[in-house]
Every structure is written in structure tokens, then in C-alpha cells.
Write a protein that binds this ligand. Structure first.
Ligand code: ATP
Ligand code: MG
Length: 409
């Protein structure tokens, strides 16, 4: 297909109705259009609407520059030093993101510093066609034009949507080197949508998977959190393991069958409506490694458990610059599981039952018991004990021991 000759699908021939588009997004699109600018819905929202799914967010692309956008909207703020975007704010902390069409810069326009490429590439303004071409997959490069309600397809994304195929724009060997995070996104979208990866993606991953270790940890962290939010962490990490990506993605994560089965159970829990917290996800990732890290002599050694939990969680949190609060919670969850696994009747059990992290640790332990059925009776026993124990609040009313020396000075 000739890229400069897009397929334009008129309103009568596609399923996207304005009723499905968020009202504030429509206001922004209409205003840009009224003032003579191109105004398109772009990226994931067009893909999801065409698939009959609810988009997570609605992003807008326009040929207005960020400062032109700011002049049109009173409630507009320009954000990002490197990646200039217009944020238009609405009631209830709602933000609509408006990005000016961008293009891939020429080789001689790139900054010397290789690390700056990804940001720089996103910051050179271009035409809608160029903007489509700099995106990752054909199905993520569709536009919905507010001027005539048509869908614009420069790169064959509509056919790929129809045929449930994930296709990289351009040569994956080049695009994955340019931005290794795209390798992870490829697996993520294929699993999320139930699409097949184009054959050339497998080869490119095989050649370039080690580059994942050079990607900005903050971006990998964000994509990993997305996996948990979309309830696909087990399926995606299983595929990453099969494609040899895990050591470069999550260096300390062994990705055993049981560990991955636990993630699949966690995904089911999220699908059932339980919110997913990052600390819980991290603890689930490393639970199996943690429990296997003790020698038989240390099976009851809480000092060893504290040490191991600290080592394992700290390595992950240091690499991804995760805040100490989350690190602390993840560590407590592992320690809680260690205590639960020791069985009932240990010293200080009463205090443990009332510890604020214990119910969460038990949730994780129960998930684990679903993949290791011999733990089910113990998990049930603990559940009964915790349900019958007084809350932490009641416990804190217990009179404290006096310090006699202080009292008598
Ligand atoms: P989601 O439903 O998860 O939000 P999405 O397709 O909107 O899916 P985002 O991560 O929000 O994904 O990115 C928005 C759009 O930006 C994508 O649809 C894609 O066109 C483009 N994009 C995102 N990341 C990259 C990347 N690494 N390289 C090229 N284009 C990208
Ligand atoms: Mg999005």
C-alpha cells in the first residue's frame, strides 16, 4: 500500500459513534476543528473502539503546535520538558492529552547522545502520515477524524485488526533497536487482544532481546504495572520466558512454572474486581524465589527470612527506583507468607494475627495455595484464625509495659 494514499473509511462504514467518545474529549476535538486545525482521535482509543472495547483513555493528535493549543483553551497547561504535550484539564482532576503530530527525524538531526534518541524522536513535529509511521504497531496507528467522522488508515492497521495480527510498523529489527520496550509491548498487545505476532517479530526479539536491559527502568516498570492492571501478567511473562526475554526484563525473576501460575491466579483475582497494588504484585513475583531460598536448617529462622526478603525485594526496587513505602510493604508480605508457611502455634502468633499486614499476606498465601494444593488446609486454618482474631486497633489498647528505671529517674 502507498503510505501517502491512506484508506479513508467513511462514517457509514465503521462502527465508531461519537456517543462512545468521552464528552470532554469531543469538546476538545470540536474546538480544534472549529479553529481550522486537524483534530484526530489517535492511538489505542481508535483501536479499542473499532474492536468494540472500552478505551482506557482518549488521546488527541493535532497539527496545532503546543502553544497554539494553549491559546485555544483556558484550562490548558503545557507539560514535559523534553516531550512537549498540552494537557487540558476538566472537572474532577480529568486531563485530556493533546499531542502535536510528530515525525521520525533524519539521522543527521539526531542528538549525539544515544540515550536522548527516544525522547528526541518524539519531539520533531510532522504530518499525520509521519505521525502514524513513528508509532509502534499498525493497529496503534489509526486515526479518527472529527471533521467528517472517518477513520484514516495509512499503514494497513484496519486489515491487521480484522485479521487479528500484530504487525510492527517498518522493520522490527530496526524498530526494536530504536526502542527495545516495543518488544515487551508486542507481547503485551498480542496477549491482551488475542492477536498473532507477525513472524518477523519473533526473529527480531531473538536478535535484540538483550537490549531490554538497556531500556530506561522507569519505562519497563510502567509496562510491567500495565500487565498487572490488564490481568495478563502470567500469560505475558510466560511468553517472555519462552522467548528468552526474562533475564533482560526482570533480572532477578526466575519465572518458574509455579511462579507464573501464581501470577495467573493473581490476574484472576484482579479480573474479579480486586484492586492491584504494586507491592502485592512485586511480592507475588518473588514469593516462590523467596520461599525456595532457605536451606532446610533455616526453615524456621525468622532472621534469615528477614534477610532474604530484604535482599530479593531491594534488588528489584533499587533497579526500578521504587519508593521505600512500596518496598517495605512488599517485604512485609513476603515475611508474612514465611510465617504463615511455618504453620500454626509459633511464639508471638497472637501478635502476628493482629499485625496490619497479616490479612494481605494471607491473601497472597491463599493464592499460592491454589497453585500448591498441599497448602490449602493450612491456608484455611489461618483464614479461620485471622477472622476470629481481634483487630490491630483493639490490640493497641493493651497497656504498655512500664519502664521502671525511667519512672524512678
Ligand atoms: P493502552 O490501552 O494500554 O493505553 P495504547 O495503545 O493507548 O494502549 P499507550 O502506551 O497509551 O498505548 O500509547 C499510546 C500510543 O502511543 C500507542 O497507541 C502508540 O501509537 C504510541 N506508542 C506508545 N509507545 C510507543 C513506542 N514505544 N513506540 C512507538 N509508539 C508508541
Ligand atoms: Mg493509552
Amino acid at each position: 500500500m502507498n503510505a501517502s494514499n491512506p484508506i479513508i473509511v467513511p462514517r457509514s462504514q465503521h462502527c465508531i459513534s461519537r456517543k462512545q467518545i468521552d464528552v470532554d474529549t469531543l469538546k476538545v476535538l470540536n474546538r480544534l476543528h472549529r479553529y481550522g486545525f486537524k483534530a484526530y482521535l489517535v492511538g489505542g482509543s481508535v483501536r479499542d473502539l473499532l474492536l468494540g472495547r472500552q478505551p482506557k483513555d482518549f488521546d488527541i493528535g493535532t497539527d496545532a503546535t503546543p502553544s497554539q493549543v494553549r491559546k485555544l483553551f483556558r484550562n490548558c497547561f503545557l507539560v514535559g520538558r523534553r516531550f512537549r504535550l498540552a494537557h487540558i484539564r476538566f472537572a474532577g482532576n480529568k486531563v485530556i492529552e493533546v499531542a502535536t503530530f510528530r515525525r521520525q527525524p533524519e539521522e543527521n538531526e539526531l542528538p549525539d547522545n544515544q540515550e536522548d534518541h527516544f525522547h528526541f524522536v518524539q519531539n520533531v513535529f510532522g504530518s499525520p502520515e509521519e505521525d502514524a509511521a513513528r508509532r509502534d504497531f499498525t493497529i496503534n496507528a489509526l486515526f479518527y477524524n472529527i471533521a467528517d467522522f472517518s477513520v484514516i488508515d495509512f499503514l494497513g492497521g484496519l486489515k491487521d485488526l480484522e485479521e487479528k495480527r500484530l504487525k510492527v510498523i517498518g522493520d522490527p529489527q530496526v524498530r526494536f533497536v530504536e526502542d527495545p520496550v516495543r518488544m515487551l509491548r508486542a507481547i503485551e498487545f498480542a496477549v491482551r487482544l488475542g492477536f498473532d505476532l507477525e513472524e518477523n517479530i519473533y526473529r527480531a526479539i531473538e536478535n535484540h532481546r538483550s537490549l531490554l536491559a538497556t531500556a530506561a527502568p522507569a519505562r519497563i516498570r510502567e509496562e510491567i504495572i500495565e500487565l498487572f492492571r490488564h490481568k495478563i501478567s502470567g500469560a505475558v511473562l510466560r511468553q517472555c520466558r519462552e522467548l528468552g526475554m526474562l533475564p533482560y526484563l526482570l533480572a532477578g525473576y526466575p519465572g518458574t512454572d509455579e511462579g507464573i501460575a501464581l501470577l495467573a491466579k493473581l490476574d484472576q483475582r484482579t479480573a474479579a474486581g480486586m484492586p492491584i497494588e504494586e507491592s502485592f504484585a512485586i511480592a507475588a513475583l518473588y514469593l516462590r524465589l523467596f520461599m525456595d531460598s532457605f536451606s532446610p536448617a533455616d526453615k524456621n529462622n525468622i532472621t534469615a527470612a528477614l534477610h532474604q526478603a530484604n535482599e530479593i525485594i531491594s534488588a528489584h526496587c533499587r533497579y526500578f527506583s521504587i519508593a521505600s513505602g512500596i518496598r517495605h510493604q512488599a517485604r512485609e508480605l513476603l515475611i508474612g507468607c514465611f510465617r504463615l508457611a511455618r504453620g500454626r502455634g509459633f511464639r508471638a502468633e497472637k501478635r502476628f494475627l493482629q499485625h496490619p499486614f497479616t490479612p494481605k499476606a494471607l491473601e497472597l498465601f491463599c493464592l499460592w495455595s491454589q497453585v500448591r494444593p498441599e497448602l490449602i488446609p493450612l491456608a484455611q486454618n489461618w483464614s479461620t484464625a485471622i477472622n476470629n482474631s481481634p483487630t490491630g486497633k483493639q490490640q493497641s489498647r493493651r497497656p504498655r509495659k512500664r519502664n521502671y528505671r525511667k519512672k524512678s529517674k
